[in-house]
Design a protein around this ligand. Sequence first.
Ligand SMILES: C[S@@+](CC[C@H](N)C(=O)[O-])C[C@H]1O[C@@H](n2cnc3c(N)ncnc32)[C@H](O)[C@@H]1O
Length: 399
Amino acid sequence: MKPNLENFPDKSTIVISCAPHISPYLKAELASLNFSTDSEAATSISLTGSFDDCIKLNLQLFTASHVFFLIDQFKCSTLEELYEGIKKIAWENLIEEEGYFSVHSITNSLAVTNTMFLNVKVKDAIADRFMEKLNCRPYSGSDKDRTVIFVFWKDGEALVYLDTTGESLTKHGYRKLSAKAPLQESLAAAMLLSTRWDRKSTIVNPMCGGGTLAIEAALIAIKKPPGLIRKNFGFRHYKFFDENEFKLLEKEVADKAADKISFTIIATDNDEHTLNAARRNAELAGVSHLIEFSNCNFENTPVPEEKGIVIFNPPYGERLGSVTELEETYKGIGSFLKKNCSGYFGYVLTGNMELANHIGLKPKSKKTFFNGTLECKLLEYEMYLGTKKQPRESIAPVE
Ligand SMILES: C[S@@+](CC[C@H](N)C(=O)[O-])C[C@H]1O[C@@H](n2cnc3c(N)ncnc32)[C@H](O)[C@@H]1O
């Protein structure tokens, strides 16, 4: 798909943003989709590709936030120069006259004290161009559910991107009912990709809440990316968007997805209301037939003979439960892992390391993630079969 626009690049820089500490898993995802990367920063990865590649990425990535396509770059040191540069772009070939667009930006320019002024300047340039060319102009505002333009103005150079995503990809589109303290879907996927889970072994998820980890595991296992669930994307709102071509790309991705798994995913919670939300979310994601949900205290969660991983995202006092009550819960998690999960790798995501000490086991590794703004650790425990000298046959790390 390409607009009738002189200088619109066949191939250009694509910047994919993600949450902090997730870029290694995003990079691995890109490699598995055969995209080679040009550069990597803390919260983004750049590569070279086409607008259609942006569509494929939006459809297939589990851990990304936004996919940006660079359409122009020019030197500018004042807001007036920025206005002139933006106005030169033939926006009337990209945005419908009756359409809607929003502008977002980041800058380190001293000419701007608040990016709101910058956004308004860019909006004015686009609107003025429309008025001059067509004597009408699209609507504009701050909603990200239609055409979204992103301007990165740094060190005297403006980079103009189409945000081909629109509303963030961190939401995977299946969570319609609220549960307690849910994990962001892209974070849950990154956590799973960071573990030793090989995508074909048992997953046990006590305290499953809204089911995010179990649902992401099922989606990863059957290769059904969340883009197939989500209906709206920024790229759909360009004038040159071709629904038929898109359907072919979508079908190509959908055809690779399986419908069955040959291992067990178990998800439990002691709150019936939360569990119902999890079941409904799994239905919306199309994976309810792949997850065994049950209502029980975490200590009674069934653990199959066939080994794999046990993954917990317990309350940690910030949002749910008081810290003193939770000390007992964390002790119980340690006992559960020790008594019931020999031969498994255990994982606990917590934002409270004091509480984590009550687990009473020595973590093999600690990985940092951010749950919203809260720094959390994903602690890994290797639950040996018998003595430490005789470790069980390990499940292969995910490549
Ligand atoms: C932080 S939430 C999990 C959120 C989940 N990862 C998600 O993304 O929706 C913790 C969950 O633990 C459950 N829970 C707390 N104490 C429990 C216990 N003793 N046994 C089983 N579940 C428990 C709560 O009902 C809650 O749903």
